[in-house]
Design a protein around this ligand. Structure first.
Ligand code: LLP
Length: 445
C-alpha cells in the first residue's frame, strides 16, 4: 500500500475506510467537516514506539500538545506511556485521563505561578525548567509549600521535587523555521554555561532536587545527526556537573521525530516512514550508553499524525483561469497547518471515480482570508463536483488541537473508529453553545 494509505486507512471497493467503517457513511451521519481517527493505527504506533525504546530502557512520554483529546490520552495512558505537558490545561486533561502523576513531565517556557503551584501540589514526576527565573520561582513556591506542610502535616515526608534544566544545545536542524527550538535566539531552554552555573547554585538544595537535563531541538526532524550532536553536548555538560560532585540522574531528549506528509510513489518502507522509532531509539541508546540514569523521550507527532483524517465536502468547483478552485467546507480554522507553516497534507477523494483522470485545483476554504489555502495546483479527479467528499491525510497531530472558531465557524468534531465501532469523542461546538459564553455579567473590581 502506498503511503499515506495504511492497512488501517485504506480504500475498499474505491471507497475510503478507516478500518471497517466507510468515511462516506460517517459524513452522512454527522455532517462535515470532521476529524476521524483509527484506533488500530494508534495502537500500532504505540506498540512500535514501545518495541523500539523499551528494550533500551528508554522511557516514553507522549507530548500531549500533538493531540490532547481525552479519549486519545486515555488510550495512550492505558498502554503505559507517560506524558509531556506544557500547560495547566494539559495537566488537567492528563489527570482526567487517569495518567499517574509520577509519569508526568511539565515542560514549557512560560509556566505561570498558578500552574507551578498546582503541579507541585499534585507532586508530578518532573519539572523541565526553562530559565533561571522560572527555577527561582519554582524554588520559592516549593519553599512556601514546605512551610505550609510543616505546619499542617508535621509528620509528613518532604516530597521530592525532581527538576531538570532544559538546555538550548544550539544545534542547527533542517526543518521549517517556525518549528526549530534548539538554536541560539529561540526562546526555549537555557544556555549550557548558565545551566552549569545553576547546578552549582542549586546543589543540595533544601526544597528542589535539580537532577536532570532536558532538550528538544525541534519538530519534523529526519536526520539523526543533530540528535547525536545535541546529546554529546548534554553529556559533556553532565561530566562538568559531575566534576564538582553534583548528580545528573535524568536525561530527557525531547521529541521531534519527523513523519512524511507527501504522497509517495515509493514502495520502499524506509522512504515512507520518516524517522522511524527503531532508528532514533538505536541512535539514542548508542549515544547515551555511558549514561547510567534515566533516559526519556517525548514524541508527539510520530505517535498520532497518521492515525487521522480531516474529512470535508466540496462546496463549489469554481472555474477559473488558469486553475479552478475547489472550495471546501473545511477552512484554515479547522486545519491551520497549511496557513501557518505552508504545510501540505495529502488530499484524496473519499469515493474514487471510476475514470482516473485528474486536473490541478487550488484547494481553499470559505474563510475571508487569502491565506485560507490548503494546496495550490493540486491534482485531484477531474470530475469532482459540489457535494463530493475529500480527506486530508496525516491529520492526527497538531490539527484538531489547533482548530478554532474564526469567522464564527463551529469547532470541528472528532470521531474515533475502532473497526465498525464509531464514537464521537468531541462534539461539534456550534454557535449556540459558544454564545452561552458571551452572556454578559457584571464583575466587582
Ligand atoms: N517536547 C517538547 C518540549 C516540545 O516542545 C514538543 C513540540 C514535543 C516534545 C513534541 O514534538 P514532536 O514529536 O511532536 O515533533 N504545531 C507544529 C509543531 C509544534 C511542535 C512544538 N513542540 C506543527 O503543526 O508542525
Amino acid at each position: 500500500m502506498l503511503f499515506p494509505l495504511t492497512e488501517n486507512i485504506h480504500y475498499k471497493n474505491n471507497a475510503l475506510h478507516i478500518e471497517n467503517t466507510s468515511i462516506e457513511n460517517i459524513a452522512n451521519a454527522i455532517g462535515t467537516p470532521f476529524y476521524a481517527y483509527s484506533h488500530a493505527r494508534l495502537m500500532h504506533n504505540i506498540n512500535s514506539c514501545k518495541d523500539a525504546f523499551t528494550p533500551y530502557g528508554i522511557h516514553v512520554h507522549y507530548a500531549v500538545k500533538a493531540n490532547s483529546n481525552l479519549h486519545i490520552l486515555k488510550l495512550i495512558g492505558e498502554q503505559g506511556l507517560g506524558v509531556d505537558l506544557v500547560s495547566g490545561g494539559e495537566l488537567y486533561r492528563a489527570s482526567e485521563a487517569g495518567i499517574a502523576v509520577e509519569k508526568m513531565i511539565f515542560s514549557g517556557v512560560g509556566k505561570s505561578k498558578t500552574e507551578l503551584l498546582h503541579a507541585l501540589e499534585m507532586n508530578i514526576g518532573q519539572f523541565n525548567v526553562e530559565s533561571a527565573e522560572e527555577l527561582a520561582l519554582l524554588d520559592k513556591i516549593a519553599a512556601e509549600l514546605a512551610t505550609h506542610r510543616a505546619i499542617n502535616h508535621p509528620n509528613s515526608q518532604r516530597p521530592i521535587i525532581n527538576v531538570t534544566l532544559r538546555v538550548n544545545p544550539d544545534v542547527a536542524v533542517n526543518t521549517h523555521k517556525h518549528i526549530t527550538t534548539g538554536q541560539k535566539g529561540n526562546k526555549f531552554g537555557i544556555d549550557i554555561e548558565l545551566a552549569f552555573a545553576l547546578f552549582q547554585q542549586y546543589q543540595d538544595h533544601p526544597h528542589i532536587t535539580l537532577n536532570g537535563l532536558a532538550m528538544h531541538i525541534g519538530s519534523q526532524i529526519f536526520d539523526v545527526a543533530p540528535y547525536r550532536k545535541a546529546i554529546q553536548k548534554l553529556l559533556a555538560l553532565v561530566k562538568d556537573i559531575q566534576s564538582f560532585g553534583a548528580e545528573v540522574t535524568t536525561l530527557d531528549l525531547g521529541g521531534g521525530f519527523g513523519i512524511h506528509y507527501e504522497n509517495t510513489e515509493s514502495t520502499d518502507k524506509t522512504q515512507q516512514a520518516g524517522l522511524e522509532f527503531a532508528t532514533i531509539a538505536k541512535v539514542i541508546a548508542e549515544e547515551t550508553e555511558s549514561f547510567k540514569g534515566k533516559v526519556a523521550v517525548e514524541p508527539g507527532r510520530s505517535l498520532v499524525a497518521d492515525i487521522g483524517l480531516l474529512v470535508s465536502r466540496v462546496n463549489y468547483v469554481k472555474e477559473s483561469n488558469p486553475t479552478p478552485f475547489l472550495i471546501l467546507d473545511a477552512a484554515m480554522n479547522d486545519l491551520m497547518r497549511p496557513a501557518l507553516y505552508q504545510a501540505s497534507h495529502p488530499i484524496k477523494e473519499v469515493v474514487k471515480n471510476a475514470e482516473d483522470v485528474t486536473r490541478p485545483y487550488d484547494i481553499v476554504g470559505p474563510i475571508c482570508e487569502s491565506t485560507d489555502i490548503f494546496a495550490k495546483s493540486y491534482a485531484l479527479n477531474k470530475a469532482l463536483k459540489a457535494g463530493d467528499l475529500v480527506a486530508f491525510f496525516c491529520s492526527g497531530a497538531y490539527c484538531a488541537v489547533m482548530s478554532n472558531s474564526y469567522n464564527s465557524r463551529d469547532i470541528v468534531p472528532e470521531i474515533l473508529v475502532n473497526n465498525t465501532d464509531v464514537k464521537v469523542i468531541r462534539e461539534r461546538v456550534n454557535q449556540e453553545t459558544l454564545l452561552k459564553f458571551e452572556e454578559e455579567r457584571l464583575i466587582k473590581i
